[in-house]
Write a protein that binds this ligand. Structure first.
Ligand SMILES: Cc1ncc(COP(=O)(O)O)c(C=O)c1O
Length: 361
C-alpha cells in the first residue's frame, strides 16, 4: 500500500512531503467540490436547525426520503439516507456480504473505497481495468464479470477519469446479472454534474439487481456535513435499512436534503459554470502539450507524454500554491497522472499560469 494520502482535500497531508508548511494557503484542486460553495441560504438554515439538536432525528428520515423520491421519480421505500456516499458504499458491501457474496469485481482505476468496503466485509476483490487512451470498459469483459462474480462495482462518471460507461452497456450488464444473480453497484456520486442527464434511476423499475449510490457532498460543497443516499428495489432497501447504524445522519444534515434538492437555481448555475469552465481548462491544458482524458464530470485527469514528469509537476504546483490530486494508489495510474477539479475561471487561470511556468522555467 502506498504511503500517499488516499483522498484529496487535505493539503496538510501533502505539503510537508515537499518541505512546505502544512498550513500554507493553497487553492485546492485535489477535492472535486463545486467551487460555487454551499448555497448562500445554507448557513442561516443550518444555524436555525441547531435549535433541534436536543431532539433525536427521525430514524427513517422520512421527510428527506420523500423529497429525494419526488426528485428521482421513485417511492420513498426505494431510498435510504446515508452519511455521505461513503456510508452508502459500505452499506452496499454489508448487504452483499449478508447475502453470502464472496467475489466482487471492481472496475479500475477508481475510488479506493469500493475495494476497502468489500475487503472489510470479507468479500474477495478482482480488478477489471478500463482500457486504452480513453479508459473504455470492454463490453465482453464486463459481461463476463457479471457472469463470474457475485457483484460488480463501478463509478459513473468515474473518479478519477471522468469517463461515463454507456447506458446500454450498463443495461446489458444488468440483464446478464439478473439471470445469474449478480448485483451491479453503481456509484453516481458525480452524476449531477453530467449533462444531458444520464442517471440510471429509470433502470431501477426493471432491475432489482441494481444499487445506485449518491453523494450530495460534491454538488453542494458540503463534505463536512455528510449527506448521501442509496437507491434500489424496495425489499433490497429494506434489507439495507436493517444493516444501517441507527441515526447515522445527523438532524441538521438530514433537514437540508429537501431545500437543497429544491434549489433548481443553484443546479442551473452549477451546470452553466461547468459548461463554460471544463472545456476552457481542458483546452488550456492541452495547449501546454498535456494529454487530457475527455471528462463528463467536474474534474480532469491529465498527464505529460514525457514519462516520469508528473511527480515534479505536482511538487511545482504545490510550490505555486496549487494542490492537485496525485494518482498514487489508483490502479494503473501509479502517480503518472494528475487529477484537478474544475474551479472558477480565476483559479483555473492560476493553475494554467503555474503549468506554463513549469513548461518554460
Ligand atoms: C466516487 C466517489 N464516491 C463517493 C465518495 C464519497 O463521498 P461522500 O463525501 O459523499 O462520502 C467520493 C469522495 O471523494 C467519491 O469520489
Amino acid at each position: 500500500m502506498s504511503d500517499w494520502p488516499s483522498h484529496g482535500g487535505r493539503p496538510e497531508q501533502l505539503l510537508p512531503r515537499f518541505g512546505l508548511a502544512a498550513k500554507r494557503c493553497v487553492i485546492d484542486f485535489s477535492a472535486n467540490l463545486n467551487p460555487l460553495g454551499p448555497p448562500s441560504w445554507l448557513p442561516e438554515r443550518l444555524a436555525a436547525s441547531l435549535a433541534e439538536l436536543a431532539v433525536y432525528p427521525d430514524p427513517d428520515y422520512t421527510a428527506a426520503r420523500q423529497a429525494i423520491a419526488r426528485t428521482e421519480g421513485l417511492a420513498p421505500g426505494q431510498i435510504r439516507l446515508t452519511n455521505g456516499g461513503a456510508e452508502a458504499i459500505f452499506l452496499a458491501a454489508a448487504l452483499l456480504a449478508k447475502r453470502g457474496a464472496c467475489r466482487a469485481v471492481v472496475v479500475q482505476p477508481t475510488f479506493c473505497e469500493y475495494e476497502r468496503a468489500c475487503r472489510h466485509y470479507g468479500i474477495a476483490v478482482r480488478h477489471l481495468g478500463l482500457e486504452g487512451e480513453s479508459f473504455e470498459l470492454n463490453g465482453s469483459r464486463a459481461l463476463d464479470a457479471m457472469r463470474e462474480a457475485d457483484a460488480v462495482f463501478l463509478c459513473r462518471p468515474n473518479n478519477p477519469t471522468g469517463t461515463l460507461i454507456a447506458f446500454d452497456l450498463i443495461e446489458r450488464m444488468l440483464a446478464v446479472g439478473q439471470r445469474r444473480g449478480t448485483t451491479l453497484v453503481v456509484d453516481e456520486a458525480f452524476i449531477d454534474f453530467v449533462t444531458p442527464d444520464e442517471r440510471l434511476t429509470p433502470l431501477l423499475a426493471r432491475y432489482a439487481n441494481l444499487l445506485l449510490l449518491r453523494s450530495m457532498t460534491k454538488l453542494y460543497a458540503i463534505p463536512g456535513l455528510r449527506l448521501g443516499y442509496v437507491m434500489g428495489e424496495g425489499s433490497v432497501v429494506e434489507q439495507i435499512a436493517r444493516l444501517q447504524l441507527p441515526w447515522s445522519v445527523n438532524a441538521p444534515a438530514a433537514a437540508l436534503a429537501e431545500p437543497l434538492l429544491e434549489d433548481s437555481d443553484y443546479l442551473q448555475r452549477t451546470q452553466g459554470w461547468l459548461a463554460a469552465e471544463r472545456p476552457w481548462l481542458q483546452g488550456e491544458l492541452e495547449s501546454q502539450g498535456l494529454r487530457v482524458v475527455p471528462s463528463r464530470a467536474n474534474f480532469l485527469l491529465f498527464q505529460d507524454r514525457r514519462s516520469g514528469t508528473m511527480p515534479a509537476l505536482l511538487e511545482h504546483l504545490a510550490r505555486c500554491g496549487i494542490l492537485a490530486r496525485h494518482t498514487h494508489g489508483f490502479m494503473g495510474l501509479d502517480g503518472a497522472w494528475l487529477r484537478v477539479a474544475v474551479r472558477s475561471r480565476q483559479e483555473n487561470a492560476e493553475l494554467i499560469e503555474a503549468v506554463v511556468r513549469w513548461r518554460t522555467p
